[in-house]
Design a protein around this ligand. Structure first.
Ligand code: FES
Length: 83
């Protein structure tokens, strides 16, 4: 099964790509404009890749997506967190 939309906002990546392209929006501006990636945020890595490549349908096992979802060690360690 391919991923081709923000499920929470029920908007296709094809439509999001059209909006991003025509209004020259980066990821943050597209989120602000459409609400995509602002509910569960699972579509975020796909939307970022869509903006970079223009692709609008993705295999969830695409290593480019997995890389974008990784939490870097420096992000995982927060000295302010109580133990
Ligand atoms: S799938 Fe896009 S915010 Fe949940």
């Amino acid at each position: 099964m391919r991923v081709d939309r923000c499920v929470c906002r029920d908007v296709s990546f094809a439509r999001l790509a059209e909006i991003a392209r025509s209004e020259r929006l980066d990821f943050d501006a597209l989120v602000q404009r459409t609400g995509c990636s602002s509910v569960c945020a699972l579509c975020g890595p796909y939307v970022r890749l869509m903006i970079r490549t223009g692709e609008t349908s993705f295999d969830p096992s695409d290593p480019r997506i997995a890389r974008d979802q990784q939490v870097l060690p420096s992000e995982a360690l927060n000295d302010d967190d109580p133990v």
